[in-house]
Design a protein around this ligand. Structure first.
Ligand code: AMP
Ligand code: GLY
Length: 326
């Protein structure tokens, strides 16, 4: 079969590498890819945001399965467009991808489905936001609504720091800000394959998001991961699956916004159990680079079987991986 991978970064490189190992796959296209992926497939010179051109390409070249890397392309509706044309694509529609593209939307769903997460309020007004922060005290977390590539979050350890983040956020016209309770604990990333009903967790990883040595820099999209994470045992993973990932997937399906694709939970293990920091609508980056090399099973077969409601059992290499962003 022919597989198209959409994206151009390390995550898509890791996906392409795993896809290439599949016995089912004869040809791989990567749009646009990067020069480091040249030996994995044919690089197609279509920017990832040009979803109609990508759909034209997939149609013309009889692509059997498309796998999408980045969130902005999902938010633009690539899955809607491919499915409208009757093509198979693994990823959520733009409606479902809103769990990542709007922090407020994600928070509302979590509340509705009883998924554990920090307390929050949404603000569109600087003055009210500052009052709320002064009332709640630090540490406190300021999150701009919308896709920010991991850069819209400030974990403020003092009130002035929080106010500065609010001032910056509200300097953008019509901005919306979620102010959230600070969750103290041990953070990990869990990514599951889901068709909206069945939720298959992959092995977990721990991301390191702050730049500079000793975590002294600002938050980034991720500076490096390792996998597996010994501190998180199978009991905690089961709790994450039962309390967070399954209720989210099944709640969304019931609400008519079924989520198919990589459901990514950023989870904090707190003294009161697992709580959700965020959901993403795609594989993590650099999580993909750390997790996928450990997968021994056929990745493409797993995705196809899941999309066809067949059983999926994944086998993993128990050795450790470390992925560093340089
Ligand atoms: P996000 O973009 O939501 O993943 O946030 C980026 C990073 O900020 C997360 O990976 C956490 O390390 C940190 N963070 C976000 N929300 C919280 C929270 N409520 N409590 C503590 N840390 C948080
Ligand atoms: N590394 C975190 C993310 O992909 O959002």
């Amino acid at each position: 079969m022919k597989v198209l991978i959409v994206g151009k970064g390390g995550r898509e490189h890791a996906i392409a590498w795993k896809v290439k190992e599949s016995d089912l796959v004869k040809e791989i296209f990567i749009a646009p890819g990067n020069i480091g992926m040249e030996n994995l497939g044919t690089l197609i010179n279509i920017p990832e945001e040009k979803i109609e051109e990508l759909a034209d390409f997939a149609q013309k070249n009889r692509v059997d399965l498309t796998i999408v890397g980045p969130e902005n392309v999902l938010a633009l509706g690539i899955v809607n467009e491919f499915e409208r044309r009757g093509m198979k694509i693994f990823g959520p529609t733009k409606e479902a991808a809103k769990i990542e593209s709007s922090k407020e939307f994600a928070k509302k769903l979590m509340k509705k489905y009883g998924v554990p997460t920090g307390e929050y309020e949404t603000f569109t007004d600087l003055e009210l936001a500052v009052k709320y922060v002064e009332k709640k005290g630090a540490p406190i977390v300021i999150k701009e609504d919308g896709l920010k590539a991991g850069k819209g979050v400030t974990v403020a350890f003092s009130i002035p720091e929080a106010i500065e983040a609010l001032e910056i956020a509200f300097s953008i016209p019509n901005n919306k800000v979620v102010i959230e309770e600070y969750l103290d604990g041990f953070e990990f990333s869990i990514i599951a394959l889901t068709n909206g009903e069945t939720v298959i967790p992959l092995e977990i990883a721990q991301d390191h998001k702050r730049a500079y040595d000793n975590d002294e820099g600002p938050n980034t999209g991720g500076m490096g991961v390792y996998s597996p994470v010994d501190k998180i045992d199978s009991n905690i993973i089961d709790q994450t699956l039962e309390k967070i990932l399954k209720p989210m997937a099944r709640g969304m399906a019931k609400d008519g916004i079924s989520f198919k694709g990589f459901l990514f939970g950023g989870i904090m293990l707190t003294k009161d159990g697992v709580k959700t920091i965020e959901f993403n609508a795609r594989f993590g980056d650099p999580e993909a680079e750390g997790i996928l090399p450990r997968l021994k099973s056929d990745f493409v077969k797993a995705i196809l079987d899941l999309m066809e409601n067949k059983d999926v059992n994944l086998e993993w290499d128990n050795r450790y991986t470390v992925a560093v962003v340089m």
